[in-house]
Design a protein around this ligand. Structure first.
Ligand SMILES: Cc1cc2nc3c(=O)[nH]c(=O)nc-3n(C[C@H](O)[C@H](O)[C@H](O)COP(=O)(O)O)c2cc1C
Length: 414
């Protein structure tokens, strides 16, 4: 086929596809057709038209169904219910304080709980802290064994570990805070290898944690490690923790897998009760005056919500596990966007660090007001703009990508 014939055929196919499926939702649902270039381009053209009305994060479907019934002026009077299920737990709202520095005291946790948040995730207890403390306990035990050979069953009293008893302090905080608040307290374990440290999960459960968030923060810096090994490690760690506890376990994971969806499915099948998307990968800066690497956690910006939101939109409705969105929540709009994409709960830390714990009630109240204004229920909103069940996500996302670049050419082109 000559180039001209090919062009004519492509144009014909595009016209036909546009005629048959005037919006991207339909195009994306056409299945295998989206694997070919023409169909993707047609979907992109359609998306570009729609983009005049709405900016693209992932391909924004034409408002249909519930979205088409939006009523901007509805005033129902009654506050809409924000009741939510997450990890099998009943939450009073879908806003959750994510793991961070604001949960280091009972007072701090209580203050968070008093804002209308649905749950609080505590700051993380790290595998390294647990291992170090275990090693220290063994060292102390050995010293005592030498000194008192007859007292072989002697084990150092926790007091001997003093203020460095990080595990004990953490457990105590879980116990006290869980009693002090009327919403679920989720403890956070942060690790990267499989090992005995996961047994601490059981202690967290016994201390009163309603659930566990397992942050698997693994940077495969060893260049010999394969992707398959990294994935296997995730499943092993999850299996170890699941074995140790009866409470629900959510996995907070990174976005850096060759196939995020496949990893999500594997974790779901391995028993994860929820997935928290995503860990922010700490990327140190470099100070060119002091010639130093500068580590440190920066507060997020709303732009960072786009990656987790995209994957939540793909995964919504496809897993048994709950989905939590974390990163980039600054305003009520950011909360709503996560819910529209399909998040069960939306987490926030940076905004609360920036504006204070009380800001959580601004987000919770704002969500209620938005629902009232739109005359929508939370259930109808959740996943309204997820990648449709029938769509092939790869084609859908590709179409959105092509459309975005086409728009960018027009916008920024000479
Ligand atoms: C100061 C600070 C401390 C954090 N500590 C933890 C932690 O201990 N464990 C954890 O899993 N995530 C931790 N995070 C990550 C947050 O839970 C959250 O996933 C991330 O900040 C993105 O959400 P945000 O945009 O709402 O801040 C921390 C974040 C910040 C800013």
């Amino acid at each position: 086929m000559s180039e001209q014939e090919q062009y004519a055929k492509t144009a014909q196919q595009q016209a036909e596809l546009s005629r048959r499926a005037p919006n991207a939702r339909e195009l994306a649902s056409q299945g295998p057709g989206l694997d070919n270039y023409e169909a993707v381009m047609a979907a992109a053209a359609s998306a570009a038209t729609m983009a005049k009305r709405a900016p693209l994060t992932y391909l924004t479907p034409e408002p249909q169904g519930p979205a088409a019934e939006l009523n901007d002026v509805a005033e129902t009077g009654a506050s809409p219910s924000l009741a939510t299920r997450y990890l099998g737990l009943d939450l009073r709202s879908p806003l959750v304080a994510s793991a961070g520095p604001l949960s280091q005291s009972v007072e701090g946790i209580k203050e968070l709980a008093d804002t209308g948040l649905g749950a609080v995730v505590m700051y993380s207890l790290f595998e390294e802290q647990i291992r170090r403390q275990e090693a220290r306990q063994v060292a102390l035990l050995e010293r005592h064994e030498e000194a008192f050979a007859e007292a072989l069953n002697y084990f150092p009293e926790p007091e001997e570990l003093g203020s460095q008893d990080i595990i004990r302090n953490y457990l105590q905080l879980v116990e006290d805070a869980a009693k002090a608040i009327d919403i679920p307290l989720i403890a956070s374990l942060n690790g990267a290898t499989h090992g005995g440290w996961v047994d601490t999960a059981r202690q967290l459960q016994d201390a009163g944690a309603a659930a566990l968030e397992l942050n698997i923060y693994m940077v495969p810096g060893d260049l010999g490690v394969t992707g398959a090994e990294v994935e296997e490690r995730h499943l092993e760690i999850l299996a170890g923790v699941k074995q140790a506890v009866d409470i629900p376990v959510a996995v907070k994971l990174s976005p850096y897998f060759s196939s995020v969806g496949q990893m999500a499915i594997a974790l779901d099948e391995a028993g994860a009760d929820g997935l928290v998307l995503f860990n922010r990968f700490l990327q140190p800066d470099i100070d060119i005056e002091r010639l130093e690497v500068v580590p440190g956690v920066e507060l997020s910006t709303p732009f960072e919500a786009r990656l987790p939101r995209t994957w939540i939109a793909v995964l919504h409705g496809k897993l048994r596990a709950s989905l939590a969105g974390t990163s980039g929540v600054e305003t009520v709009d950011d909360v709503v966007k996560y819910l529209l994409a399909g998040a069960d709960v939306v987490m926030t830390t940076s905004a609360l660090v920036r504006h204070g714990r009380g800001y959580a009630s601004t987000l919770v109240d704002g969500l209620g007001q938005w629902l009232s204004r739109k005359d929508l229920t939370l259930d109808r909103v959740r996943g309204m703009l997820a990648v449709p069940e029938e769509a092939r996500a790869s084609g859908y996302e590709r179409a959105g990508y092509v459309a975005a670049l086409q728009r960018a050419k027009t916008r920024y082109g000479a």
